[in-house]
Ligand binder design. Sequence first.
Ligand SMILES: [Zn+2]
Length: 247
Amino acid sequence: MGAVKLTFLGCGDAFGSGGRFQSCIFGKSGNANFLIDCGASSLIAIRQNSIIHDDIEAILVTNFHGDHFGGLPYFLVDAQLNKKRTRDLTIAGPPGLGRKLTEVMEGTFPRSSVVKMRFALNIEELQPGAGLSIGNLRVTAFPAAHPPQDPHIHLRIECGGKVIVYSGDTEWTEALERMCADADLFIAESYFFDKQIRYHLDYVTLSQKIRKIGADRVVVMHMSEEMLARTSKSIFECATDGMLIEI
Ligand SMILES: [Zn+2]
């Protein structure tokens, strides 16, 4: 199997800490191309990295907050009007995705949700533990630590013979431990260094779990200013915008 390349188009938090773009990772292998999350600033990052629309066959989102989901209206309207996309697109995410996408489209560009697209748009709501095949990708979602009315998921992505686990925004969960057991790469939120808040991961917690993280490689992202000031202390790789890794 060939390598999988991942470009961290945006590895920042919701609030522009460090001048970074919001969550968006571009994955590419010999037979699959996808985005993980699509924050409000992601179309700018996509442009800066010269990624073309038709190279993205799927967008996998972990929650409906603007820094993970808010870029979809810009991406879709750009695909429809400017880039004249023709390739089918699948967007997969937590239960409720279809309704939330309509809401964010209408809130951003009124009537954009009722325009007939030039391309087929497939919406897939990921049920916990149930795998989904999208072309050559295999995607499985598990519930992250957030209230049920605000669903967040962890993603396990099998692609090109590799396994990528992405925490999304969450506290530590036992599901992450199981998911990471055979992972080639674990991409984890590290919002704060040692400040623990509900529904988010911090560096100290992650480092305490290191024996339970079976992944071969760990990259942290979604860092606040407080975490960014202390990345030199990190035993994990810290993402930067535009960083390319290969697994
Ligand atoms: Zn976030």
